[in-house]
Design a protein around this ligand. Structure first.
Ligand code: MG
Length: 267
């Protein structure tokens, strides 16, 4: 297959997608992957920054916890690490700040403190537009599932309260299922496996560069929604097949996207 550099294609950067720009994005994916068509059976949703507006709290918690241990992780940088396991993030910061790996004890202590601080914030609200998007997908016959690196114990309850009856818990992938986490394709491959489908039968919805990398590496058509402070280029360079400025924007364009997927064949 030829190298796949969709971010060079201006069609995926348009603020207002048209049937033609959506066709081009799907066409570019099909050609790069060698699939004949994109069959929309399942949508794999990331959670933080996609279903819940929780990233500002995560970033602040990381910043404060690190500072208590004498380490510097600016809030803006925390958005770049989103999707990584807690241990992975702590190890990267420790290597940068102290020039050595983090010990198991340090990882445990810092992550526990980060979680403690995170839990002092009010519960993050649902991301505007996410419910409208997921409900449209369901009406169009898709199954929607969650693929998250989060290991919050209260996860299932929160999802059911904000998105009643929308997501199938038996198809969910969380921190407890995976070994490597994003940007490794493992979580999304596991999502496909749980659903019993191939990479050409799903789309990924992601807000973080590492999450986009994971979806892209799993071979799935990956839609980036830029709900945070990072530049669009950070998501496009990570391999996004399509970019929207918000979940509301994707929800508005869903009918057009669904029609584009139904008609587009590899040329
Ligand atoms: Mg996310």
């Amino acid at each position: 297959n030829p190298p796949h550099f969709p971010y060079l294609c201006p069609s995926i950067m348009e603020a207002q997608h048209t049937p033609q720009s959506l066709d081009r994005a799907i066409q570019s994916y099909l050609r790069a992957r060698g699939y004949d068509r994109l069959r929309l059976h399942n949508a794999l949703f990331d959670m933080d920054g996609v279903l819940f507006d929780s990233m500002p709290y995560h970033a602040r918690s990381w910043n404060r916890a690190m500072r208590e241990f004498g380490l510097d992780l600016p809030e803006a940088e925390a958005f770049l690490h989103e999707g990584r396991t807690g241990a992975g993030t702590i190890d990267i910061v420790m290597q940068r700040e102290r020039g050595r790996r983090a010990t198991e004890a340090e990882i445990k202590a810092i992550y526990a403190r980060k979680s403690e601080i995170f839990n002092t914030f009010p519960p993050a609200g649902p991301m505007p537009g996410a419910r409208e998007l997921a409900e449209q997908m369901r009406r169009d016959g898709l199954r929607v599932q969650i693929v998250t690196g989060s290991g919050q114990k209260s996860l299932l309850g929160r999802i059911e309260r904000s998105y009643p009856g929308v997501f199938d818990p038996s198809l969910m992938v969380t921190a407890f299922d995976v070994r490597y986490g994003k940007p490794d394709p493992e979580p999304y491959l596991m999502g496909l496996q749980k659903a019993g489908i191939g990479a050409d039968e799903a789309i990924v919805v992601e807000n973080a560069p590492l999450g986009v990398q994971a979806g892209h590496a799993a071979g799935i058509f990956t839609v980036a929604v830029n709900t945070g402070p990072l530049p669009d280029e950070a998501l496009l360079r990570s391999g996004a097949d399509l970019l929207f400025p918000s979940m509301q924007a994707f929800a508005r364009s869903w009918p057009l996207f669904f029609q584009a997927a139904a008609r587009t064949r590899r040329e």
